[in-house]
Design a protein around this ligand. Structure first.
Ligand SMILES: Cc1cc2nc3c(=O)[nH]c(=O)nc-3n(C[C@H](O)[C@H](O)[C@H](O)COP(=O)(O)O)c2cc1C
Length: 327
């Protein structure tokens, strides 16, 4: 008797998983069926050695893809039980999902699943409208449900201090030619199944900008058109900074992002202050709690935009040969 997931279930869930965000849209994941379980595995060919030497970004992205897998399987009535890093000798295996007892999806699972294809990074200026308290609370709940927390940076001086920290981290990164080369390599002027389209890159930076833009495309900026003066900035914090903590943080990140999409909010991510160790330490001290910052987000009401491309599911699946022959 086959008690594991099938190729068709893997294929359907992986189609949702690939919609996860990743540093420079590298999509550093593979999905395989192994003894009835779905496994999420790092794709070593898609690491960013200069931008992400520790592999933090890869694990955040794979954690986010894992969260999409979980929501997708739950929405299909076949929820998973998950083990993170199941094989000590194979650290690139991020997670193994085996079928749990079938049940109907909860309304939250259904709405987060419906948000997967609509979510995207919106790097353009947001409207100045504040994010209401009940939505802020919902975002915090989303992080807490995944064993992390969301620290909202409140008040002009705190937001300014974070902006300065992010700008100085940005300058440190931009001084490294290998880092700049990776950013250029993954910026796409023409339609492509990976990388960041120049059209999604946000407008050209100006000196008065509170937060740094990674500079993927530098869209033409209308004269006088500024970013929102009081952005809602949130720091996602995990209990620690082990590889497992980072995978947990990736799942929490994706839950927060899907919750924002479901709530009609837009988000852009800025991870420069996470990538520079000194900046991350200062950020950790400024959020004033235990734990380690894993992502910074700008949240608000955005102009319309559209999701970026992904490679096809077939390109990221590793199927057991016997199963392929069965199909
Ligand atoms: C770990 C991580 C770090 C990221 N850092 C940044 C960043 O510093 N600046 C930025 O504009 N986008 C950042 N992003 C967003 C990615 O560029 C984006 O997810 C990717 O291009 C796919 O686009 P999408 O989010 O619209 O699907 C980051 C995403 C992840 C997962």
């Amino acid at each position: 008797m086959d008690v594991g997931y099938t190729v068709e279930q893997l294929r359907a869930a992986a189609a949702d998983a690939v919609r996860a965000p990743s540093l420079h849209n590298t999509q550093p994941w593979r999905f395989r069926l192994h003894e009835g379980g779905i496994e999420v595995v790092v794709d070593p060919a898609r690491r960013l050695p200069a931008t992400d030497p520790s592999g933090w970004g890869t694990r955040i992205a794979c954690g986010a893809a894992l969260y999409n897998l979980r929501v997708s399987l739950a929405a299909a009535g076949t929820p998973a039980s998950v083990r993170l890093r199941p094989y000590p000798g194979e650290p690139d295996v991020v997670a193994r999902l085996v079928p749990d007892l079938p049940r109907r999806p909860t309304p939250t699972e259904q709405s987060l699943h419906a948000a997967i294809p609509r979510r995207f990074s919106n790097r353009r200026p947001f409207r100045p409208d504040p994010v209401p308290a009940d939505l802020r609370w919902r975002l915090g709940e989303a992080a807490r449900a995944e064993q992390c927390w969301l620290e909202l940076v409140i008040g002009t001086s705190a937001v300014n201090a974070l902006g300065e920290l992010a700008h100085s981290a940005h300058r440190v990164l931009e001084r490294d030619p290998a880092y700049r080369a990776e950013r250029v390599e993954w910026t796409r002027a023409e339609p492509a199944p990976d990388g960041v389209p120049a059209t999604a890159g946000g407008p050209r930076s100006e000196p008065q900008d509170l937060l740094p833009q990674r500079g993927f495309g530098a869209l033409h900026r209308a004269p006088g058109r500024d970013f929102e003066p009081e952005p809602l900035v949130a720091v996602l914090v995990a209990a620690g900074n082990t590889a497992t903590d980072q995978i947990v943080a990736g799942q929490a990140l994706q839950r927060v992002l899907l919750t924002t999409t479901d709530a009609g909010l837009a988000v852009s991510m800025l991870s420069q202050p996470i990538e520079v160790p000194g900046a991350r330490e200062r950020l950790r001290l400024s959020v004033g709690r235990f734990g380690t910052p894993q992502m910074v987000m700008r949240i608000g009401y955005g102009q319309p935009g559209r999701p970026t491309a992904r490679r096809s599911v077939d390109e990221v699946l590793d199927l057991p040969m016997a199963r392929v022959a069965e199909r």
